[in-house]
Design a protein around this ligand. Sequence first.
Ligand code: PGA
Length: 252
Amino acid sequence: MPYSRSTPLLVANWKMNLDGQRGEVLARAVAEAASRHVDTAEVILAPPFPYIERVAAALLGSPVGLAAQDLHWENSGPFTGAVSAAMLADAGASHVLVGHSERRRIFGDDDNDVARKLTAARDGGLTPILCVGENLEQRDAGEALEVVAQQLDRALSPMGDSAAEDCVVAYEPVWAIGTGRVAGVDEAAEVHAAIHRQLGSEVRVLYGGSVTPDSATGLLAEPEIDGVLVGSASLTAPSFVAIIAATAAAVP
Ligand code: PGA
Protein backbone atom coordinates (compact mmCIF):
# COMPACT_ATOMS: atom_id res chain seq x y z
CA MET A 1 0.00 0.00 0.00
CA PRO A 2 1.62 3.32 -0.99
CA TYR A 3 2.57 5.51 1.92
CA SER A 4 1.01 8.91 2.04
CA ARG A 5 0.54 10.82 5.24
CA SER A 6 -2.18 12.93 3.68
CA THR A 7 -4.40 9.91 3.04
CA PRO A 8 -6.02 8.83 6.31
CA LEU A 9 -5.60 5.19 7.23
CA LEU A 10 -8.72 3.57 8.70
CA VAL A 11 -8.22 0.27 10.51
CA ALA A 12 -11.21 -1.83 11.59
CA ASN A 13 -10.39 -3.94 14.64
CA TRP A 14 -13.13 -6.57 14.76
CA LYS A 15 -11.65 -8.08 17.95
CA MET A 16 -13.40 -11.40 18.84
CA ASN A 17 -16.64 -10.47 17.06
CA LEU A 18 -18.68 -11.53 14.03
CA ASP A 19 -18.70 -14.96 12.40
CA GLY A 20 -17.32 -15.92 9.00
CA GLN A 21 -20.56 -15.27 7.15
CA ARG A 22 -21.21 -11.87 8.69
CA GLY A 23 -17.56 -10.93 8.32
CA GLU A 24 -17.66 -11.75 4.64
CA VAL A 25 -20.78 -9.66 4.05
CA LEU A 26 -19.29 -6.75 5.99
CA ALA A 27 -15.99 -7.04 4.09
CA ARG A 28 -17.84 -6.80 0.75
CA ALA A 29 -19.69 -3.67 1.88
CA VAL A 30 -16.44 -2.11 3.10
CA ALA A 31 -14.68 -3.02 -0.16
CA GLU A 32 -17.41 -1.31 -2.15
CA ALA A 33 -17.23 1.88 -0.03
CA ALA A 34 -13.43 1.91 0.00
CA SER A 35 -13.39 1.69 -3.81
CA ARG A 36 -15.55 4.80 -3.97
CA HIS A 37 -13.31 6.71 -1.54
CA VAL A 38 -9.96 5.45 -2.70
CA ASP A 39 -8.62 9.01 -3.07
CA THR A 40 -9.34 9.97 0.54
CA ALA A 41 -9.03 6.77 2.58
CA GLU A 42 -6.84 3.71 2.91
CA VAL A 43 -8.78 0.95 4.64
CA ILE A 44 -7.59 -2.15 6.48
CA LEU A 45 -9.72 -4.83 8.14
CA ALA A 46 -8.45 -6.84 11.12
CA PRO A 47 -10.67 -9.94 11.44
CA PRO A 48 -10.12 -12.80 13.90
CA PHE A 49 -7.42 -15.29 12.79
CA PRO A 50 -9.76 -18.00 11.42
CA TYR A 51 -11.43 -15.56 9.02
CA ILE A 52 -8.36 -13.91 7.51
CA GLU A 53 -8.40 -16.06 4.39
CA ARG A 54 -12.14 -15.86 3.95
CA VAL A 55 -12.09 -12.08 4.29
CA ALA A 56 -9.07 -11.92 1.95
CA ALA A 57 -11.11 -13.76 -0.67
CA ALA A 58 -14.03 -11.36 -0.19
CA LEU A 59 -11.66 -8.39 -0.63
CA LEU A 60 -9.96 -9.70 -3.76
CA GLY A 61 -9.56 -6.94 -6.33
CA SER A 62 -10.50 -4.24 -3.83
CA PRO A 63 -8.17 -1.61 -2.34
CA VAL A 64 -8.83 -2.85 1.21
CA GLY A 65 -5.90 -4.39 3.11
CA LEU A 66 -5.82 -7.00 5.85
CA ALA A 67 -4.33 -7.02 9.31
CA ALA A 68 -4.13 -9.68 12.01
CA GLN A 69 -4.86 -8.73 15.61
CA ASP A 70 -1.77 -10.28 17.20
CA LEU A 71 1.16 -12.62 16.47
CA HIS A 72 3.80 -14.64 18.24
CA TRP A 73 7.46 -13.63 18.08
CA GLU A 74 8.79 -17.03 17.04
CA ASN A 75 8.63 -18.33 13.46
CA SER A 76 7.49 -21.84 14.29
CA GLY A 77 7.72 -24.48 16.99
CA PRO A 78 5.97 -25.78 20.10
CA PHE A 79 3.83 -22.72 20.88
CA THR A 80 0.31 -24.10 21.16
CA GLY A 81 -2.32 -21.58 20.17
CA ALA A 82 0.15 -19.13 18.67
CA VAL A 83 0.58 -17.93 15.07
CA SER A 84 3.66 -16.48 13.42
CA ALA A 85 4.20 -13.53 11.12
CA ALA A 86 4.94 -15.89 8.23
CA MET A 87 1.62 -17.70 8.75
CA LEU A 88 -0.28 -14.43 8.81
CA ALA A 89 1.43 -13.19 5.66
CA ASP A 90 0.70 -16.53 4.03
CA ALA A 91 -2.97 -16.17 4.93
CA GLY A 92 -3.09 -12.74 3.26
CA ALA A 93 -2.31 -10.20 6.00
CA SER A 94 -0.07 -7.22 5.26
CA HIS A 95 -0.34 -5.61 8.72
CA VAL A 96 -0.63 -6.78 12.32
CA LEU A 97 -1.72 -5.06 15.52
CA VAL A 98 0.93 -5.25 18.22
CA GLY A 99 0.53 -4.28 21.86
CA HIS A 100 -3.19 -3.55 21.83
CA SER A 101 -4.23 -2.59 25.34
CA GLU A 102 -6.49 -5.67 25.58
CA ARG A 103 -3.47 -7.86 24.84
CA ARG A 104 -1.46 -5.99 27.46
CA ARG A 105 -4.21 -5.96 30.11
CA ILE A 106 -6.00 -9.31 29.62
CA PHE A 107 -3.23 -11.49 28.19
CA GLY A 108 -0.29 -9.97 30.04
CA ASP A 109 1.75 -8.81 27.03
CA ASP A 110 4.49 -6.66 28.57
CA ASP A 111 6.84 -4.18 26.90
CA ASN A 112 9.36 -6.92 26.24
CA ASP A 113 6.75 -9.13 24.51
CA VAL A 114 5.58 -6.14 22.50
CA ALA A 115 9.13 -5.40 21.38
CA ARG A 116 9.71 -9.01 20.33
CA LYS A 117 6.41 -9.14 18.43
CA LEU A 118 7.23 -5.88 16.69
CA THR A 119 10.57 -7.19 15.46
CA ALA A 120 9.02 -10.49 14.38
CA ALA A 121 6.31 -8.69 12.44
CA ARG A 122 8.76 -6.48 10.61
CA ASP A 123 11.18 -9.32 9.91
CA GLY A 124 8.28 -11.41 8.67
CA GLY A 125 7.30 -8.78 6.12
CA LEU A 126 4.28 -7.39 7.98
CA THR A 127 3.76 -3.75 8.86
CA PRO A 128 3.17 -3.57 12.62
CA ILE A 129 0.49 -1.26 13.96
CA LEU A 130 1.98 -0.53 17.37
CA CYS A 131 -0.67 0.41 19.94
CA VAL A 132 0.20 2.63 22.87
CA GLY A 133 -1.81 4.63 25.37
CA GLU A 134 -2.15 5.64 28.99
CA ASN A 135 -4.80 4.43 31.43
CA LEU A 136 -7.17 6.72 33.31
CA GLU A 137 -5.06 6.87 36.42
CA GLN A 138 -2.02 7.90 34.39
CA ARG A 139 -4.03 10.49 32.44
CA ASP A 140 -5.41 11.98 35.65
CA ALA A 141 -1.91 12.12 37.13
CA GLY A 142 -0.72 14.12 34.10
CA GLU A 143 1.53 11.28 32.95
CA ALA A 144 0.02 10.56 29.51
CA LEU A 145 2.89 11.94 27.43
CA GLU A 146 5.51 10.25 29.57
CA VAL A 147 3.75 6.86 29.53
CA VAL A 148 3.29 6.92 25.77
CA ALA A 149 6.90 8.02 25.13
CA GLN A 150 8.16 5.20 27.33
CA GLN A 151 5.95 2.56 25.67
CA LEU A 152 7.24 3.67 22.25
CA ASP A 153 10.83 3.67 23.37
CA ARG A 154 10.64 0.22 24.96
CA ALA A 155 8.92 -1.26 21.93
CA LEU A 156 11.06 0.33 19.25
CA SER A 157 14.57 0.69 20.67
CA PRO A 158 15.48 -3.03 20.32
CA MET A 159 14.81 -2.68 16.57
CA GLY A 160 17.34 0.11 16.04
CA ASP A 161 17.23 3.74 15.01
CA SER A 162 14.97 3.74 11.99
CA ALA A 163 12.50 1.20 13.43
CA ALA A 164 9.59 3.60 13.55
CA GLU A 165 9.72 4.12 9.78
CA ASP A 166 8.53 0.54 9.32
CA CYS A 167 5.60 0.92 11.69
CA VAL A 168 2.25 2.58 12.03
CA VAL A 169 1.51 3.82 15.55
CA ALA A 170 -1.96 3.86 17.10
CA TYR A 171 -2.50 6.11 20.08
CA GLU A 172 -5.34 4.55 22.05
CA PRO A 173 -5.97 6.02 25.50
CA VAL A 174 -7.11 2.99 27.49
CA TRP A 175 -9.89 5.01 29.14
CA ALA A 176 -11.42 5.70 25.72
CA ILE A 177 -11.52 2.12 24.42
CA GLY A 178 -14.99 0.61 24.36
CA THR A 179 -16.19 3.17 26.90
CA GLY A 180 -17.99 5.61 24.62
CA ARG A 181 -15.67 8.31 25.94
CA VAL A 182 -13.67 9.59 22.99
CA ALA A 183 -10.64 11.79 23.65
CA GLY A 184 -11.15 15.41 22.65
CA VAL A 185 -9.48 16.36 19.39
CA ASP A 186 -7.11 18.71 21.24
CA GLU A 187 -6.35 16.08 23.88
CA ALA A 188 -5.50 13.54 21.18
CA ALA A 189 -3.62 16.06 19.04
CA GLU A 190 -1.29 16.92 21.92
CA VAL A 191 -0.23 13.28 22.26
CA HIS A 192 0.00 12.79 18.49
CA ALA A 193 2.24 15.84 18.19
CA ALA A 194 4.51 14.45 20.91
CA ILE A 195 4.68 11.08 19.10
CA HIS A 196 5.55 12.82 15.82
CA ARG A 197 8.29 14.78 17.61
CA GLN A 198 9.68 11.57 19.08
CA LEU A 199 9.49 9.37 15.97
CA GLY A 200 9.48 11.82 13.06
CA SER A 201 6.68 13.47 11.18
CA GLU A 202 6.63 10.77 8.50
CA VAL A 203 5.35 8.10 10.88
CA ARG A 204 1.62 7.64 10.67
CA VAL A 205 -0.11 8.00 14.01
CA LEU A 206 -3.70 6.79 14.23
CA TYR A 207 -6.16 7.63 16.99
CA GLY A 208 -8.25 4.85 18.56
CA GLY A 209 -10.87 4.75 21.29
CA SER A 210 -14.64 4.95 20.82
CA VAL A 211 -14.36 6.49 17.35
CA THR A 212 -17.79 6.91 15.76
CA PRO A 213 -18.97 8.39 12.46
CA ASP A 214 -19.76 11.56 14.42
CA SER A 215 -16.34 11.95 16.01
CA ALA A 216 -14.36 10.75 12.98
CA THR A 217 -14.71 13.92 10.92
CA GLY A 218 -13.25 16.16 13.62
CA LEU A 219 -10.48 13.73 14.46
CA LEU A 220 -9.48 13.22 10.82
CA ALA A 221 -9.47 16.95 10.12
CA GLU A 222 -6.73 17.41 12.74
CA PRO A 223 -3.37 17.43 10.88
CA GLU A 224 -1.58 15.47 13.63
CA ILE A 225 -4.09 12.60 13.33
CA ASP A 226 -3.24 10.38 10.37
CA GLY A 227 -6.14 7.98 10.64
CA VAL A 228 -8.25 6.01 13.08
CA LEU A 229 -8.33 2.53 14.63
CA VAL A 230 -11.97 1.62 15.10
CA GLY A 231 -13.44 -1.14 17.26
CA SER A 232 -17.19 -1.12 17.95
CA ALA A 233 -18.09 1.21 15.08
CA SER A 234 -16.33 -1.07 12.60
CA LEU A 235 -18.69 -3.98 13.24
CA THR A 236 -21.59 -2.83 11.09
CA ALA A 237 -21.51 -1.65 7.50
CA PRO A 238 -23.49 1.57 8.03
CA SER A 239 -21.22 2.91 10.77
CA PHE A 240 -17.89 1.90 9.25
CA VAL A 241 -18.92 3.02 5.77
CA ALA A 242 -19.92 6.37 7.31
CA ILE A 243 -16.42 6.67 8.78
CA ILE A 244 -14.92 5.93 5.36
CA ALA A 245 -17.21 8.57 3.84
CA ALA A 246 -16.18 11.05 6.56
CA THR A 247 -12.68 11.14 5.08
CA ALA A 248 -14.06 12.97 2.05
CA ALA A 249 -15.04 15.90 4.27
CA ALA A 250 -11.93 15.74 6.44
CA VAL A 251 -9.25 15.54 3.75
CA PRO A 252 -8.52 18.95 2.24
P1 PGA B 1 -13.44 0.96 20.31
O1 PGA B 1 -12.13 0.05 20.19
O2 PGA B 1 -13.54 1.76 19.04
O3 PGA B 1 -14.56 0.01 20.50
O4 PGA B 1 -13.23 1.86 21.51
C1 PGA B 1 -10.94 0.57 19.64
C2 PGA B 1 -9.83 -0.42 19.81
O5 PGA B 1 -9.75 -1.08 20.86
O6 PGA B 1 -8.98 -0.60 18.90
